[in-house]
Design a protein around this ligand. Structure first.
Ligand code: KG4
Ligand code: ZN
Length: 335
């Protein structure tokens, strides 16, 4: 038996996830236990509640993944785990579970950066070709990452304030939509017209950085001003206008970087990559750039999962990267 089996563990935020990947790219198990219901009534993720749920769930999710893959621990080549960034108490649960399994069965341990995981979710769809560009849009990150080879990450642009997903969640809250708001805004936007003028933060000429806090404030002000004047704004139109503003900036900067860096592939990554408007806007633009391949993972691989950690981890493992038992959760880990 020469198959390579890699376990991935992800507990950086509000999903307890364990996956097993066969030969680097094949999903043998992918279990995600979501805690969204527990955080909903607080309008966001409560770190203490997240940690407690991870502790309750981790062994159950781990055993379920092993059962789904139908292998023994001794078949595993490596245990890979998100070591950061994220909520420290949440990360600690995954890191300690990974160390326990690695130690108990004498299996190598590999720490993975959460954003590298999001990017490598694309490797479960298609083999990566370099140089490439990844547009990472999640609840905590908005970045354009240039990669010239496996394991090399150069951030060429990032948000200076709110992440795209954070802006979605805050705008959703203003419209009294439940947490997480991204999917709700996305759905409303499909039925609205982008008729309300909202700003787009292009920043300095040539910059690949982003800024979404001005847009978020403009949406909030629009809602408050309408309330004061006793006017009605269609939530669908506001959602469509906000979404259009986000998409215009993300797509325009991505296309510009694609051309400047002459990349072979563009990968979409992170929870906001689930956005229907963003997916179709990118697909439309890339039809005009046949020399560059656009890859968009299925929605279940865009939001937090452990399959993405295991596939990123398998590349690190093959490169010889190993973590020791001294590995610790690192909430501020740099890519
Ligand atoms: O990557 P992710 O699961 O967790 C982080 O690492 O942050 O991303 C979660 C974010 C949330 O802000 C959520 O509102 C957003 O992704 N999101 C969406 C959509 N689905 C999830 N945003 C816009 N449109 C969607 N369809
Ligand atoms: Zn994430």
């Amino acid at each position: 038996k020469n198959d390579q089996w890699i376990m991935g563990i992800e507990t950086s935020c509000d999903e307890t996830a364990v996956a097993i990947i066969k030969n680097g790219r094949e999903i043998a198990a992918n279990i995600v236990a979501s805690q969204i219901e527990s955080h909903k009534r607080f309008g966001g993720v409560v770190p203490e509640i997240a940690s407690r749920h991870h502790v309750e769930q981790i062994t159950i999710v781990l055993e379920e993944a092993m059962k789904q893959a139908d292998i023994n621990y001794t078949d595993l080549s490596a245990i890979t785990v998100t070591e950061g960034p994220g909520l420290v108490g949440a990360l600690l649960v995954g890191v300690n579970a990974a160390k326990a399994v690695a130690f108990a069965h004498g299996i190598p341990l590999v720490g993975v950066h959460h954003i590298a995981g999001h990017i490598y979710a694309n490797r479960l769809v298609s083999e990566m070709e370099f140089p490439l560009l990844a547009l990472v849009v999640s609840g905590g990150h908005t970045e354009l990452v240039y990669m010239k080879e496996h394991g090399h990450f150069e951030v060429i642009g990032e948000t200076r304030d709110d992440a795209a997903g954070e802006a979605y969640d805050k705008v959703a809250r203003t419209l009294n939509l439940p947490y997480p708001g991204g999917p709700h805004i996305d759905r409303l936007a499909q039925d609205g017209e982008p008729s309300i003028p909202l700003p787009r933060a292009w920043l300095e000429e040539g910059s690949y950085d982003f800024s979404f806090s001005g847009l978020k404030s403009a949406v909030i002000n629009t809602v408050h001003n309408a309330e004061q004047r006793g006017e009605q704004i269609k939530p669908e139109d506001l959602a469509a206008s906000f979404q259009q503003s986000v998409i215009d900036v993300l797509v325009t900067k991505t296309i510009k970087a694609t051309q400047e860096y002459k990349v072979k592939q563009v990968l979409l990554a992170g929870g906001v990559a689930a956005n229907k408007g963003l997916r179709s806007a990118l697909q439309e633009e890339f039809v005009k750039l046949p020399e560059c391949e656009l890859i968009i993972p299925p929605i279940t691989l865009c939001t937090d999962n452990a399959a993405m950690i295991a596939t990123a981890g398998s590349v690190l493992f093959e490169k010889g990267v190993r973590s020791t038992m001294a590995m610790n959760a690192n909430p501020g880990l740099d890519i």
